[in-house]
Ligand binder design. Sequence first.
Ligand code: 5RP
Length: 231
Amino acid sequence: MTAEKLSQDALKRAVAAAAVEYTLTRIDDKSIIGIGTGSTANCYIDLLAAHKAKIYGTVASSEASAERLRGHGIPVYDLNAVDEVTIYVDGADETNPHLELIKGGGAALTREKIVAAVAREFLCIADESKWVDHLGTFPLPVEVVPMARSHVARQLVKLGGDPVYRLGVLTDNGNVILDVHHLCPISPARELEEKLNNITGVVTNGLFALRPADVLMLGTADGVKIVYAKD
Ligand code: 5RP
């Protein structure tokens, strides 16, 4: 493992530890915690496990995270069985200073967006490599109904993107992913998010701008920074 990868992992663990402490100040004995997907979310799950006696329940944004939670003995509920999600904690592929995000590198964007929509508070956790001034260097994931793949790809080209089919990947919902390159700078992100939502055959896109994060914990070499959205 390279030194860079090692230090990125250390930043992920530091930010996950800070997020666990933050979560404990937000929950009561009936709270449901929304749990994201990816390597940073996995660090969070593993550290949260030490406090499982204080956790009433969770909802997960992927089968992988649900399995990891259950492996730690943490209860996982179906989202339809809960009235409210107190806090949703998840990573990101990119975040800008408005806390608009690109997500979906792990193909879980649809369930992530659903849990974020339900959550009272969305805490994003990321290492500093995810911080950008303008979204779009990371290829934007778009979840698509399989039979609509070519149609959606043509519409994405009309919008100036360069869609690439993520081979061998099926989402938890049985759909495929197109990763859209060359969209940087995405601005305004809300506008593009709406446009992409309106393409027939698109299930979800990985822009989280209409519902951005409320707070970001960013793991940096100088420690974990708490960032609130810039207006
Ligand atoms: C999964 C996601 C993840 O949050 C995103 O890919 C970041 O992952 P990691 O924490 O492994 O860097 O959106 O769909």
